[in-house]
Design a protein around this ligand. Structure first.
Ligand code: ZN
Length: 304
């Protein structure tokens, strides 16, 4: 159980030995969501010990090859690996046709149910709901229609204070009742209110923003996000090029994080032109101090 993010590919455009192409896994209580599936994502999953069969939802941001050319391979591996559980794929409507043509040539009928969810909303829209979290899509600004994703946990039950457990040794069934909001009645009839023996366990949120030009309105959608993973393809001296290509610079990504009051910013989709990334990172940190660079294989644990 827990909430973690693993970066499988943090590079841009073409893969290098250091950085694979866009792919990120969110693990929420062992339910896995994959955001983008660049070429060789399957290999990265093996390398970084991500259980591919546990992935239930795949979100494709847009149809540039570095964000989805690994998808068909993964779907095929699931097919010959005898996957049986449902797989949900979310992406621009054209992706459904691409998959139908590509998979249709290799495979008569998939061995598992694949449910495609076309994205078309012009606003923040919930596209996926699980027991413990939701994922919403929102439009970005890119050369092709592109979507960002916001994964948000639902309200979580309050946690029982350790001190209370140590002092009163409640029965397991009492703990279950307290977690559901009940007070605790002591043997002498005194009542300990739920509030005094529990503390809140705030829901966690994660946002994925790839690929996009600097687009200030998304700061509103991302308000107070715990972890913002935003593309930063270039340093700010290439701001003109970034705008032309529909990408974001270090300073622009940090500005979004600052406006959104994000708790932490991770930068990815980093151009392979940058060898020494110290000044790349510092440029962003001057705007938003809680900025870090994503690396392939890095896992951020947001809750244990
Ligand atoms: Zn792109």
């Amino acid at each position: 159980m827990g909430f973690s993010i693993t970066f499988l590919g943090t590079g841009a455009a073409t893969p290098t030995l250091r950085r694979g192409l866009s792919a990120t896994v969110a693990n929420v209580d062992e339910k896995l969501c994959l955001f983008d599936c660049g070429e060789a994502t399957q290999i990265q999953m093996k390398r970084f010990k991500v259980k591919a069969l546990h992935i239930q939802h795949i979100f494709i941001s847009h149809l540039h090859g570095d964000h989805f050319f690994g998808l068909v391979g993964l779907l095929f591996t699931y097919h010959i690996g005898k996957r049986k559980n449902e797989l949900h794929v979310y992406g621009p409507p054209l992706l459904e046709e691409i998959l139908r043509i590509q998979m249709g040539i290799s495979v008569k009928e998939l061995n598992y149910p694949l449910v495609f969810h076309p994205l078309s909303s012009q606003n923040l829209e919930m596209v996926c709901e699980e027991d413990n979290f939701t994922v919403s899509a929102f439009p970005l600004q890119h050369r092709l229609p592109a979507y960002g994703f916001l994964l948000k946990e639902k309200e979580r039950p309050r946690k029982v204070l350790h001190q209370f457990i140590e002092d009163y040794h409640p029965h397991y069934t009492d703990i279950v009742r307290i977690k559901s909001g009940e007070d605790y009645v002591l043997p002498d009839g005194r009542i300990l209110s739920n509030e005094e023996i529990t503390f809140p366990d705030p829901p966690i949120s994660f946002a994925y923003c790839f690929d996009t030009a600097f687009y200030a309105p998304i700061a509103e959608v991302l308000k107070n996000v715990d972890l913002l993973y935003h593309e930063a393809t270039f340093m700010h001296d290439k701001a003109e090029l970034a705008a032309e290509k529909g990408h974001t610079t270090t300073i622009q990504a940090a500005t979004i994080a600052k406006k959104a009051l994000a708790k932490r910013l991770m930068l990815g989709h980093i151009s392979s032109r940058y060898r020494n990334l110290d000044s790349f990172l510092n440029e962003a940190r001057n705007i938003f101090s809680e900025t870090y660079l994503a690396e392939d294989g890095m896992t951020i644990t947001l809750r244990k």
